[in-house]
Design a binder for this molecule. Structure first.
Ligand code: ADP
Ligand code: MG
Length: 250
């Protein structure tokens, strides 16, 4: 089992945002979580990536119980994520955004940084090389030296992917990666997700665009009011009565 949640639950006061969810994320596949607004999708991501501590239940990563680990520990194990909105330093270049974003996540000791020791400079070069590599992977080399403020919405989404990939993750969690962009651009990002999987990275995404997800995802979980109401292939999901009712407001 790659990633497995067992009866994962998160309560906010009286609200049960995620309710006893059992789910297995398949290695080397595109896994998707869908469901109406407020269904608990982002909360589920926050629980798995360690941003939230579950009220009860467990998360296992490659057989190891990671339920109580802090987010940075989980990240070093090979789990990366993007957020629903990515804030870039608009007056910095695309390349610098990725270098800085990556540096913030790599271990670096203040003493080394202030004195600009040899070790610090080596680390800096590694970060730069890695940033160039991931920008190439997400096909942004041509805008590497542009200010972030000047790139398109779709390119900003690609920068978010690059930031996640810079840590060499085994799995990336993408929270609504195609929100706010047009259908043509959405297809480009879908192709990029397929490219990640080809590179051996497991993808788990939250998505609203049904047509796209039905084509793209190998496995889908449907959440509604914090509960898993269905899981399976696109075909299974599309023909599921509970899913049809949740989406048609039945
Ligand atoms: P989704 O991503 O599916 O739209 P969320 O996971 O963001 O849904 O939210 C699920 C429910 O939990 C919503 O009712 C939301 O208002 C609530 N919620 C999410 N985060 C918090 C929080 N930090 N504090 C209180 N309530 C929250
Ligand atoms: Mg959300």
């Amino acid at each position: 089992m790659f990633i497995e949640t067992r009866k994962l639950t998160k309560k906010f006061g009286g609200l049960v945002a995620v309710n006893e969810v059992d789910f297995t994320i398949e290695k080397g596949k595109i896994n998707a979580i869908i469901g109406p607004n407020g269904a608990g999708k982002s909360t589920f991501f926050n629980l798995v990536s360690g941003s939230y501590t579950p009220s009860s239940g467990q998360v296992f990563y490659k057989g190891k119980d990671i339920t109580k680990l802090p987010p940075n520990k989980i990240a070093t194990l090979g789990v990366a994520r993007t957020f629903q909105t990515t804030n870039l330093f608009e007056q910095s270049t695309v390349l610098d955004n990725v270098i800085v974003g990556h540096r913030l996540r790599t271990r670096s000791n203040l003493f080394d940084a202030v004195l600009r020791t040899k070790r610090y400079k080596e680390e800096e070069k590694k970060c730069r090389d890695k940033a160039m590599e991931v920008l190439d992977f997400v096909e942004l080399t041509h805008v590497r030296d542009e200010l972030a403020v000047n790139i398109s919405q779709e390119e900003k989404k690609r920068v978010a992917f690059a930031l996640a990939l810079a840590t060499d993750p085994e799995v990336v969690f993408l929270d609504e990666p195609t929100a706010g962009i047009n259908p043509g651009e959405t297809e480009g990002l879908a192709a990029l997700m397929e490219k990640m999987v080809k590179r051996g990275i497991t993808v788990c995404l939250i998505e609203h665009k049904m047509k796209m997800i039905m084509k793209l995802a190998d496995k889908i979980m449907v959440l509604n009011y914090g509960e898993k109401i269905a899981e399976g292939t696109s075909e299974e999901i599309m023909n599921d009565q509970a899913v049809i009712e949740a989406y048609l407001g039945g």
